[in-house]
Each structure stands twice: as structure tokens, then as C-alpha cells.
Design a protein around this ligand. Structure first.
Ligand SMILES: [Fe+2]
Length: 394
């Protein structure tokens, strides 16, 4: 049996409780294993760990403005590839086209079927109808739609669509183990909506020819039927497309302890997790940290897609931007965010963001170079470091 070497120690001037009651004028940095679950050490630095004055070399953070990506055709396999590795593929699917004659966007001309893995759609903007093997489901901004591998589907948009696609390559999505807080925390599985075999679904069935664009090993094959294969009259089982909106998430929080991002896990696969940040009150204990601690995400690449609101730990980040912090890159709150925390300027966060933490290194897609915000690594630089106030010590 393998075990980590674990020996909690306290050396020098240090807090005994992580993320709280920091020694006066210090900045906490975490070095850790297995995300936020393994052995960890918290170091109390005299200077901000992001207080660099120059940054060179290949280990760099990246920020991409997805709102500048070109609109794509009406099919998910034409989406722009943002980031990928062997276990996850992240794309951005943007369909701006609007047909005034139809008074809606054009329809997908072929059904989609992913033979590479489960697909998680996050609707950043837009609304419409999803028709799939399991029936009909409406969608709107802020929806997660989880589509099991092998499902045939298409969308009819009533508003222009911008969606993040996160494929669990060669794998499946699961719900996280909620542990001490029980299975109904964050969201009750009963809140997951499933498609219905309703009148709208039956009305789209018929004997007209339909093609299915099947993606396998990231290559698309086309299968054509002389009828619409979305022709189920019913189904039974414990596997289906499911939908939940981010406004139905009820975040965990503690007024005395800054919970790590893992407390906000929404879905997970074998080699990555998807977390969701939604509005929540700030910690009220005077000694508790109110923004993320400095860390290097030592075992994971960390991706954050900013969906809506005011992003409390980041300066100059707007909705539709995606940031990517490769494993080993030290980061933490931006200087202005840190200052706002010390000034206790706001009682609560007002942000919606989707986080993806991957156990294996990611690569950026070829089109990302054109929408990169190149000065992102310099965004932590500040002429005057933010000084931490004297904390209350017990
Ligand atoms: Fe991080």
C-alpha cells in the first residue's frame, strides 16, 4: 500500500489554521498534492508570491477572449478548439446567424453524435430547443446540458448561441461524492431535468432524410437515413441527457473558512473536474481569507471560463474570457482584488464562472493565438505591493 509522507509541523511564525489568522503583513502560499486533497504546506511570505517584475519562458498563464472568436457553422463539430489533452477537449461553439425570414437562427442540418466521449455543454449565451434520442428539452443561458456518449442530438436556437463544450474524451461524467454534507447539497439530483417525449418532439419526427455527423477519434463520418432517427416513442433507464442551470446551484460556504475550489465541484470525470463559482457571501470572520490563497496548482492545469458578473479575484476580466494557468504557475488574487478584500468593499461575490481542473497538461488549439490577451502574465504586477492588515490573533 502506498502512502504519502504526512507529518503536520509548524515552523517559525505561522498560522496553525490554513487560510486564517495569517502572521501580520504576510501572504499565504500553498504547495500541495492532489489538488486540494493531499498533503499541503502553507508558507507565509513577506512579499506577494506574484510580485514579479519580469516573466520569461514557456511556463506562462494565458487568457483568451472567446468573444473575438469567429462565429461557426451550425454544428458542434465546427466549434473552435480551445484546449485539449488525451482526456478532455474544450471547444467554443458560437452561432450568431439569425434568419429574419424564419425569425430565428437556422437549424442544424445534421444530427450530432459524439462517439469519443460524454459531452458537457455550458450555455454562455442563447436559448433554444434541444432534440435528442431522449426527447425535447428547452435550454437557456446558464444551463449545463450533459449529453451521454452515443446520443444523437441537434439544437434549434431562438437566440444566438455561445456555448462551451467540454468533452470527457473516452470517458464519462459523474457527480462528485458530497461526503460530509450529503447527496442533496449544492444541488439535489432531483433538480436534474431530462428531455420529454412531448408534442414538440413528436412533431419533428417524419420520413424526411436526415444525416448524423458522428465524431470518432476527432474525425467526422456521416450516416444518412431516409427518415428522422430521433423517432423514439419512449425510453426507460438511468442514463439520459440531463440539464441544470447555474442559478439552481446552492454553494457551500463557511463564514469562518475560505473553502477551496473543490467544494464547488459540479461534475467530474477520471482525469478532470468541472467546478462552478456562483454568488455567495464573503467570509465574515475577521481572520479568515476572503479571496483565493496564492498557489501553484502543483498537480493540475487550471482553466476558468468567466460567464457573468463581477469577477472578484481578477482585475480587467470580462465575461467570455477563458484563462489557463498551467501546472506550476504561481497565482492568486490580482492586486486590486486583494485590496478590495482588505477594505471589505463588498458583502458577497457576484460572479458566475466555470472552472476546469485537469490532471494532465493541456495544449491550446491553433486558433487561440489570434485571441490571446498577451499581457496577462503582467496583470499581477503592481508598483506598490498590497500590504496585508494586522490580523486578529487569538
Ligand atoms: Fe488556481
Amino acid at each position: 500500500m502506498k502512502r504519502y509522507i504526512q507529518f503536520p509541523k509548524v515552523e517559525g511564525d505561522a498560522s496553525r489554521q490554513a487560510h486564517a489568522d495569517l502572521p501580520a503583513g504576510t501572504y499565504e502560499r500553498e504547495i500541495s498534492k492532489e489538488g486540494f486533497f493531499g498533503p499541503a504546506a502553507h508558507l507565509y511570505h513577506r512579499h506577494p508570491p506574484t510580485g514579479w517584475v519580469d516573466f520569461q519562458g514557456p511556463l506562462r498563464p494565458h487568457a483568451f477572449d472567446c468573444t473575438k472568436l469567429p462565429a461557426t457553422a451550425y454544428g458542434p463539430w465546427s466549434a473552435v478548439e480551445l484546449l485539449n489533452n488525451a482526456s478532455v477537449r474544450v471547444s467554443f461553439w458560437r452561432c450568431d446567424a439569425y434568419d429574419p425570414k424564419l425569425a430565428r437562427a437556422p437549424e442544424m442540418r445534421a444530427l450530432a453524435r459524439n462517439a469519443d466521449g460524454d459531452e458537457l455543454l455550458f450555455v454562455h449565451a442563447g436559448a433554444g430547443h434541444l432534440f435528442c434520442d431522449f426527447g425535447h428539452l428547452e435550454f437557456e443561458t446558464g444551463d449545463y446540458i450533459l449529453i451521454p456518449r452515443g446520443t444523437m442530438w441537434r439544437v434549434e436556437c431562438t437566440q444566438p448561441l455561445a456555448a462551451l463544450l467540454i468533452e470527457a474524451t473516452n470517458n464519462s461524467y459523474r457527480l462528485p461524492d458530497k461526503g460530509l454534507v450529503g447527496p442533496h447539497a449544492i444541488f439535489d439530483p432531483a433538480m436534474l431535468d431530462t428531455p420529454r417525449i412531448d408534442d414538440a418532439f413528436k412533431a419533428q419526427q417524419g420520413e424526411t432524410e436526415w444525416s448524423v455527423a458522428v465524431k470518432r477519434r476527432n474525425a467526422v463520418s456521416t450516416v444518412t437515413y431516409p427518415f428522422n432517427p430521433l423517432d423514439a416513442v419512449g425510453w426507460h433507464g438511468d442514463l439520459s441527457v440531463v440539464r441544470i442551470n447555474v442559478r439552481h446551484l446552492r454553494p457551500l460556504m463557511s463564514h469562518r473558512y475560505h473553502l477551496p475550489p473543490s467544494a464547488h465541484t459540479t461534475f467530474l470525470s477520471e482525469r478532470f473536474v468541472v467546478c462552478t463559482f456562483v454568488p455567495r457571501p464573503f467570509e465574515s470572520d475577521p481572520g479568515a481569507m476572503k479571496v483565493p490563497f496564492f498557489h501553484n496548482n502543483d498537480d493540475y492545469d487550471e482553466v476558468l471560463f468567466y460567464h457573468a458578473g463581477d469577477f472578484f479575484s481578477r482585475d480587467n476580466i470580462k465575461p467570455g474570457v477563458i484563462t489557463w494557468h498551467p501546472c506550476g504557475f504561481t497565482h492568486g488574487p490580482h492586486p486590486k482584488a486583494l485590496q478590495r478584500m482588505y477594505e471589505a468593499a463588498k458583502p458577497a461575490t457576484d460572479e458566475y464562472a466555470v472552472m476546469l481542473d485537469t490532471r494532465d497538461a493541456l495544449d491550446a488549439g491553433p486558433e487561440m493565438d489570434g485571441v490571446e490577451m498577451r499581457s496577462y502574465a503582467e496583470s499581477w504586477m503592481t508598483p506598490e505591493p498590497v500590504l496585508a492588515p494586522k490580523p486578529r490573533r487569538p
